[in-house]
Design a protein. Sequence first.
Length: 138
Amino acid sequence: MQKAVARWAGQKVKFEIHSNSGHTAIADEPPVFGDDEGMRPTEMLLGALGACTGVNAVLLLKKFRQPFKSLDVEVEGDQEKEWPHAFTEIRINFKVGWDGKHDKQLVENALDMAVNKYCPVDATLSHGTRVKFKRTDA
């Protein structure tokens, strides 16, 4: 089971997010609500999708022996104008730098699998996940 704890930092709406693996990230909002000291939660969601698909793309491109030298995963999304501003569409652009001749079909297969087969973040967003909550007093 994966777990993350988002702990209010005690000021405005800044949260420190701690993972089971021992890493920390900062989430915040721009003024007036926050102090703009970290990514917005919606940016973190897009970043998580980019990192997840990117990790899988790197592994698959290496497995398929494709000579890439760089990879940027650009993720952008359109949001509803009204609350809760849910994403209505998210687009992923794999920007690949090459270091030699590559097989276009193998690359397309690798990227398709990176998104649609191996990325749990994409699967969660695409297939829908029920989110439950409870309250515990500290």
